[in-house]
Design a protein around this ligand. Structure first.
Ligand SMILES: [Zn+2]
Ligand SMILES: [Zn+2]
Length: 235
């Protein structure tokens, strides 16, 4: 059923919406309502995000997630027609490969994100779409997927690259989508937070990405900062 096209659109939309509302909702509740005063000294922009900004973010996030749901349908279409490297028995490649495949998807996605994001800033035609994301002058968890539909489609370009190149199990894909949501919410949280494991030197942090929303010629990365450091766009 996981790879059945008939169920995919509705299930995909539900899973995307629930996962996003849960992760962004918890982050928003903790940092912007419950612990707001306690963590105020860590807030990167002392002002609270304007209601108008959050309203626009919710609208654009909803359209992005709807487009992502359609991509699940397409993924299953490709799978059923034998275009992908998707495999359904974890034993085929073993558990070590299962976890390695998640890591490979993250590394590939980071490179794709860096270059597509940088191009969206450098090519004026593409920046017309990306500027929707930069309306979020004061990033918060609801900014994570606030993209123009064209940018949402560009961001999906990583999926065929992964599906056609790397053997992946559907559970690894679900884990990868969850990492994308978690990490996107984290870099938009608007607070200087480094969780235990999220403190390694080449990590792209909420602080780094907050700076990108203010000075857009730096920090194009998603999970890591090594592309930025290598291409001298890190600040
Ligand atoms: Zn952003
Ligand atoms: Zn940008």
């Amino acid at each position: 059923m996981l790879l059945d096209k008939d169920y995919s659109l509705l299930t995909g939309a539900l899973v995307f919406a629930l996962r996003y509302c849960l992760i962004a909702g918890i982050a928003y509740f903790v940092f912007y309502i419950w612990k707001r005063k306690q963590y105020f000294h860590l807030k990167l922009n002392p002002k609270q995000p304007a209601f108008q900004q959050i309203k626009s973010e919710l609208f654009y996030s909803a359209t992005t997630l709807l487009i992502y749901s359609f991509s699940v349908w397409l993924l299953i279409y490709w799978y059923q027609n034998g275009y992908t490297q998707i495999y359904t028995k974890i034993e085929t490649f073993g558990y070590a490969y299962f976890f390695l495949s998640i890591l490979m998807m993250i590394v590939l996605h980071d490179a794709y994100f860096y270059w597509s994001h940088k191009l969206m800033h450098r090519i004026p035609f593409l920046f017309r779409f990306h500027k929707i994301h930069h309306y979020s002058h004061n990033p918060n968890p609801w900014s994570a997927f606030s993209f123009h539909p064209v940018e949402a489609l560009i961001s999906l370009g990583i999926m065929p690259i992964i599906l056609f190149l790397i053997p992946v199990h559907p559970y690894a894909l679900i884990a990868f989508y969850t990492v994308i949501t978690l990490y996107n919410v984290y870099i938009h949280v608007g607070y200087k937070v480094n969780f235990m494991f999220l403190g390694f030197p080449i990590q792209n942090t909420a602080e780094d990405h907050d700076l990108h929303h203010r000075v857009s010629k730096y920090n194009y990365g998603l999970y890591f900062s090594f592309w930025d450091r290598m291409m001298k766009t890190y600040k």
